[in-house]
Design a protein around this ligand. Structure first.
Ligand code: SF4
Ligand code: SF4
Length: 163
């Protein structure tokens, strides 16, 4: 996995133009079965990819925390939400609550998430490759393929399957 992660930013750079063109076309004319196809590609890829050998999303980016996330996780720690925010989060340029630092404080050395059951919604959904109307998050996906090897593979498979 280490080699794959080391090579990923360059591979994402090399495929950027092609991916941008592909998503431009996809947005204009998404295939009727896109939602079903994405679930199929997502499930097949995550059968092969073990996130516990990777954790690159937790190490390099981290999620944004919604108010609901903050309330749920603070409750888990028996903390007041404000205290949780002060201890672990900051507000970014877009006014979202994000981690004060990466790798994520809640990531263990074994790549396990110590708050897995109450983790933020964005962590549960990353890399969003099984979401409906996937064509609507193409700009985000263009970035995610440089972070997430599974997202990279899914986009490569999409290009093979959607002509
Ligand atoms: S979601 Fe992607 S980046 Fe995150 S651990 Fe799994 S494969 Fe790695
Ligand atoms: S909360 Fe858990 S899943 Fe989310 S970034 Fe931190 S370690 Fe990863």
């Amino acid at each position: 996995m280490e080699d794959i992660l080391n090579e990923l930013p360059q591979r994402a750079k090399d495929t950027y133009k092609e991916n941008k063109k592909f998503f431009g076309k996809l947005r204009k004319k998404p295939p009727k079965n896109l939602d079903t196809l994405m679930v199929e590609l997502h499930e097949a890829e995550f059968e092969r990819t073990d996130c516990l050998t990777c954790a690159n999303c937790c190490k390099t980016t981290g999620p944004l925390f919604t108010n609901k996330d903050i309330e749920r996780i603070a409750k888990h720690f028996k903390m007041k939400p404000q205290k949780f925010v002060e201890s672990y989060l900051k507000v970014d340029e877009e006014n979202d609550h994000v981690l004060q630092r990466v790798p994520c404080t809640f990531l263990g050395a074994d790549n396990f998430c110590s708050i897995y059951d109450v983790r933020p919604k964005a962590c549960r959904e990353f890399p969003h490759t099984d979401r409906k109307k996937f064509q609507q998050i193409s700009n985000l996906t263009l970035k995610n393929v440089a972070i997430c090897p599974a997202a990279f593979n899914i986009v490569e498979e999409m290009k093979r399957r959607i002509k």
